[in-house]
Design a protein. Structure first.
Length: 144
């Protein structure tokens, strides 16, 4: 069940695997949500399972690469979280190489969002305001 409020902690594959005891310490320190990178399946699963066992809300993110199919990337990320109580998948869009014109960037993001909608997984977009303004011309289609 999703929790409201509280503190979330973002971990990546660079954080390495950790177990329930580490996740319980996070909870004791006031963290109630863990947002895991889906880059490395084994690390992501270990982090996610520890978080869930410790009672944390689980979210994840996929760092999208503009030269790869967004449907494949998002599907792979969600598949890594199969059977876990994932409350949101964040689409991480940033960096300055290979994004193309604003129209193609918006279509790319639309395709990524559609995968989440089709699998009934709430989604959000993680980026910076500067990136969004530059690559989408401050598009508001995803404001919801």
């Amino acid at each position: 069940m999703a929790q409201l409020g509280g503190w979330g902690l973002d971990v990546s594959n660079h954080s390495g695997k950790f177990g329930v005891a580490t996740a319980q310490r996070m909870v004791a320190e006031g963290w109630n949500r863990l947002i895991v990178s889906t880059y490395d399946r084994d690390i992501a699963r270990a982090q996610a399972e520890a978080a869930v066992s410790a009672g944390m809300e689980l979210q994840a993110y996929v760092f999208l690469k503009p030269d790869l199919d967004p449907v494949v990337q998002v599907s792979a990320a969600l598949n890594k979280m199969t059977d876990l109580p994932l409350t949101r998948l964040w689409l991480d869009v940033e960096g300055d190489q290979g994004w193309g014109d604003p129209g193609s960037v918006i279509q790319f993001i639309e395709r990524a969002v559609e995968v989440c909608v089709g699998r009934n997984v709430p989604t959000g977009i993680y980026t910076s305001r500067g990136w969004w303004q530059k690559w989408t011309i401050d598009n508001q289609d995803f404001a919801h």
